[in-house]
Design a protein around this ligand. Structure first.
Ligand code: PMP
Ligand code: GLN
Length: 392
């Protein structure tokens, strides 16, 4: 995010510039580096999902699908919520298909927030949250998640809620920290949401990518929460199809309706032939979902010791594609941004400076994020390259 003013850009978006993911992926390409920055896998997902998309294209499903999404996918999303969380949604009125979770987030915020409304967020946060809040004319109220455990202080959380608060925005499992919010934390958030009559928007795109038996608590499954929760997820992470941009949101009809009104004027409709394919994925057996988590856990366990050996101070991660490392043992000035900009030329690896994912940028200055959703041989090569850092 550049700090210089952009002459034509609206005041709301000043400071957001080019996303760090675009910058770092371009740097990876330009330098031929291993890209452990932007989170995307380097292998394809399940064959039956890919084949279903090919079949849909060959069968002529290439025109505008229905605005709320194809019934086949809305029904599959509803079945998925029932199977994994015992939550019942009406596929016709309580499920909306979107262009990735990114559009679900934007649609929900643009549909639900008025100018001056406040949104309680946990800091650090995924990069689209603050710009969406800004585009809606609303104001973020951050609650810090502090390392090494990335928990929050319930009193700080309570203090962040004011009479202007409309929404609590929650991401669990959490990018970039790899943290899964505990039952007690979820209950604390739920208690305040109910007490203050707030809506909770939960971004659960990493719901199936958890390690070491960590349990994902669906906010909507807590007593009194279904009626005030909009759940967002996406097929990208679960089925290794980040480029397809098929996402969804589920919740009570009036909340979904608000998001749908905004969504109509963002993209109108989403990703025709990929919708039936993601529906096939959502109906895969439980073993598939267990398998992807186990596979990713093994990849984490391949990269993390290499990061430690290279000299980083590595924080635990129990979910997502990501691990966070403190660079100060290697670079005492703790300038994570400069470190990430130099890393490709120093050793041919790309990472993300966590600083850009913080509202309180100083809190993340010394932290960098590595993605481990890569083939074992790619991780091994990255570890070898990173080992050269310790030498000089
Ligand atoms: N939320 C989080 C926490 C993410 O990490 C991402 C990155 N993919 C998204 C939302 C966006 O998901 P999608 O690619 O489905 O738009
Ligand atoms: N979610 C991914 C990440 O955090 C990819 C970036 C994006 O979707 N904007 O790296």
């Amino acid at each position: 995010m550049p700090t210089t003013r952009s002459p034509y850009l609206t005041a709301k978006l000043q400071g957001f510039g080019t996303t760090i993911f675009a910058e770092m992926s371009a740097l990876a390409t330009a330098t031929g580096s291993i890209n452990l920055g932007q989170g995307f896998p380097d292998t394809d997902g399940p064959r039956e999902v890919l084949d279903a998309a090919i079949a849909a294209i060959n069968d002529g499903l290439n025109q505008y699908p229905p605005g709320p999404g194809m019934p086949v996918l809305r029904q599959a999303v509803a079945r998925h919520q029932q199977r994994f969380y015992d939550l019942t949604y009406d596929p016709d009125t309580e499920v909306l298909i979107t262009t990735g979770a990114t559009e679900a987030l934007a649609g929900a915020m643009l549909g639900l927030l008025d100018t001056g409304d406040e949104v309680v967020v946990f800091d650090p946060l995924f990069d689209s949250y603050a710009p969406c809040i800004a585009m809606a004319g609303a104001v973020p109220k951050p609650v810090p998640l502090r390392p090494p455990h990335y928990t929050f202080d319930p009193e700080q959380f309570r203090a962040a809620v004011t009479p202007r608060t409309k929404l609590i925005l929650l991401n669990t499992p959490h990018n970039p920290t790899g943290r899964v919010f505990t039952q007690a934390e979820m209950q604390c958030i739920a208690d305040i949401a109910i007490e203050r009559d707030l809506i909770v928007l939960t971004d659960e795109v990493y719901e199936h990518l958890r390690f070491d038996g960590a349990q994902h608590i669906a906010m909507a499954s807590l007593p009194g929460m279904r009626e005030r929760t909009l759940v967002i997820s996406s097929g990208g992470k679960t089925f290794n199809t980040t480029g397809w941009k098929v996402g969804w949101l589920c919740g009570p009809a009036p909340l979904v309706q608000a998001a749908r009104t905004a969504k109509q004027f963002l993209t109108y409709v989403s990703s025709g032939p990929f919708q039936p394919a993601i529906a096939v994925g959502l109906d895969l057996p439980d073993e598939f979902f267990r398998g992807i988590a186990a596979d990713l856990q093994a990849k984490r366990d391949r990269l993390v010791p290499g990061l430690c050996a290279a000299g980083f101070d590595v924080y635990p991660t129990s979910a997502t594609y990501f691990v966070t490392a403190d660079i100060r043992p290697i670079r005492p000035d703790g300038d994570g941004m400069a470190f990430c900009r130099e890393l490709p030329t120093r050793c041919g690896v790309v990472a993300i400076p966590n600083e850009v994912l913080y509202l309180d940028r100083a809190a993340g200055r010394h932290l960098v994020r590595f993605a481990f959703c890569k083939r074992p041989e790619v991780l091994d090569e990255a570890v070898q390259r990173l080992a050269t850092l310790a030498a000089g």
